[in-house]
Design a protein around this ligand. Sequence first.
Ligand SMILES: [Zn+2]
Length: 401
Amino acid sequence: MKDKLLFQAALGLKAPWFVSDVELSTSEKRLDIFIDFERGARFPCPECQSMCQVHDTSERVWRHLNFFEYETYLHARVPRTSCPGHGVKQVELPWARPNSGFTLHIEAMVLAMSDEMSVAGIAGHLHIHEDSVWRILRHYVNEARKDIDLSDVDQIAVDEFAVRKGHRYVTFFYDLRGKRIIHIAEGKGKESFTSFVQATEGRLDPEKVKLVRMDLSPAFIAACKETFPNARMVFDHFHVIKLMNDAINKIRIEEARDNELLKKTKYLWLKNPENLEEWQEEKMSKLKDLDIKTAKAYQFKLALQRAWQLPRWTAKRYLKKWIAWAERSRMPEIEKLARTIRAHFDGIIESIRSKVTSGYAEGLNNKIRTAFRRAYGFKAKEYRDTMIYLVAGRLTLPTLN
Ligand SMILES: [Zn+2]
């Protein structure tokens, strides 16, 4: 009899609920705890909380945290109340949420472990199926996301991310002040902005957004102007250099047709000089001073990167000079980039001025990589998003207490 009271206390059960029986099977390493309610007990209607008689009951089983190495299950007959106002409803249970086959204890443990472990790791530790871990995480992440406060969001960053080797894109919307991902949109460009604003269901005020850091792509720029009419657009170093690298690569591909030396040199031109390995550096020292277009374009890139190392006022003058120089380069790709930079001059200068805050991108990329690693093996989009929100969404999740 004593052990029943012990389990009752461990489960935190209060009247009318009590532990009616406990079965321990040492051969199966299994513990079954049976819960019942006192005869004649009344339960609150889940809609109006008025105490109602029990209409009927149904048998249910929940997986609970293991007691030592014993796989533990709770059993109970779950009553439905019959309320004059709301009809027949299943009562709320103190140990599990509706429609879950797991107790709140084990779910809270899953959430706590998700801080540091992969889904496979959690499943292995708790001896439950990986799909169950996913379903639990998804439920709590979705619930927590319903509650996030977006009313103060006034600075955001928008970043697209290629998945499946560039066959598909997802676009992340990042709250710069809150340092959290607030939306993941399928696709890129305009439709991702629309889906973002729709998903916030009026909790975000587009008029209030004063600053957007993003790609220098015409689709993003048009969508941003339309969606956030009061926002200044800021184009960070890595967004500008991405375009520069695209230009270099086009020039190199064209030139490599008649120049054997340029074959298989793509990454030498795209990497920063300080990141080259020794053999690459050696190869590069022979290439970069050749009288070829690719090498000239590369000089434009090195010169452009310097702008971010200069103080603001010098940077402004410097970037203007760079544009004038690039516009006379006689390389259509570089001239085109010069026009783009001229058209978005203020947004680029803004990024040079506020370089401190552009560190968000690196942190964000690391978090997304962590999320992909923890979601390893799961290709389903909703699982991927669940993990990203979990790692980078700064959500408030329920804890064991
Ligand atoms: Zn009712």
